[in-house]
Design a protein around this ligand. Sequence first.
Ligand code: SF4
Length: 380
Amino acid sequence: MTEKKDLFPHALYIHIPFCARKCNYCDFNSMVSGTQTIDRYLRALEKELNILQGQYLLKTVYIGGGTPSVLTEFQLEKLLSSIIEYIPTSEIQEYTCEINPGTLTKDKVVLLKEYGVNRISLGVQSFQHRQLKLLGRIHSGEDARTAFTLLRTNGFQNINLDLIFGCPEQTLDNWEHDLMAAVELDPEHVSTYALTYEEETPLALDLKNKVLHKLEEGVELEMYKMAIRYLTRNQFKHYEISNFAKGECECRHNRVYWENKGYIGVGAGAYSFLHGVRTANEKDVLKYIHGIDENKNIKSFDECLPQNQLASETIIMSLRLRQGISNADFHERFGYAIEDQFENQINRLLTYGLVAYEDERLKLTEKGLYIADTVMTEFL
Ligand code: SF4
């Protein structure tokens, strides 16, 4: 057996850049592709996974996209068996796969279970026809309910529902309806994201051409507050700016990102972050496949972060967690206190009541939470 070269626990992200159709708001690295390209991509992924074999002690695996569930049953089995071949899944605590409700079948659910996937992230976004149509989603609210039930009855005990708020035409009542529908399903985790209009997406163009109108910022903030109120009243813990979990079901994989710890990404455009060095794979799917086939370097980018930038990013990411960042942990990692680098900024934020110290942890206050992006820029 290959000797483990790095025993620090890492998270592994596997990118599947294919979708059944491009959603109107999406600027993720995803495309609609034919079977042949997908098959070639899966072979390339397998090769990349093979290179990683035995190198790291992995604790979480996350298959994201794109839409991993757009793979046929045959392709999905190929992917899952490649993963199990190169990653000892017995050591993995959390193994997530993203699912689009419009692409799930009973056979895919059975495969996911059989190969050890123990967490599902279901891209519901909304339960309402008009919202789903505006977003360009391929599924209905009913499809989301059916997919959830299929997953639950086949033994998945850790399911996240992704919801989007702040859509054009959405009202506070609409949003409450979506929150209620989500809670009725009784998931373990809910993520709520404010819609963003990414350049060049159909939604952004409709906005530019005044076909659609953006919600007022105040309404969007009310929606965010409503999500916090509604979900916390229903036994969810608000543990991260956009994330809510019941019991022990906080997402371990994403926590690695929020704590700015090491992770490895495989697949087109996937980022890795190891020992202060950030790299990204070639984003273009065909170039990625070609690079792997030809045993070429598939990294399109790498940067070694200086210590002060690493510290700054760690604070920004950790402040996303409601528990904030521990000064003791920070000191242990960087050899100095947070104030040594950011004394003026912290004093200013404390004065405005946007951050607070609690049990030696620096965290956003409720006021700071609502303008988190502005607060974070102080640490750049
Ligand atoms: S399913 Fe997700 S990744 Fe695919 S187009 Fe829609 S938002 Fe983008």
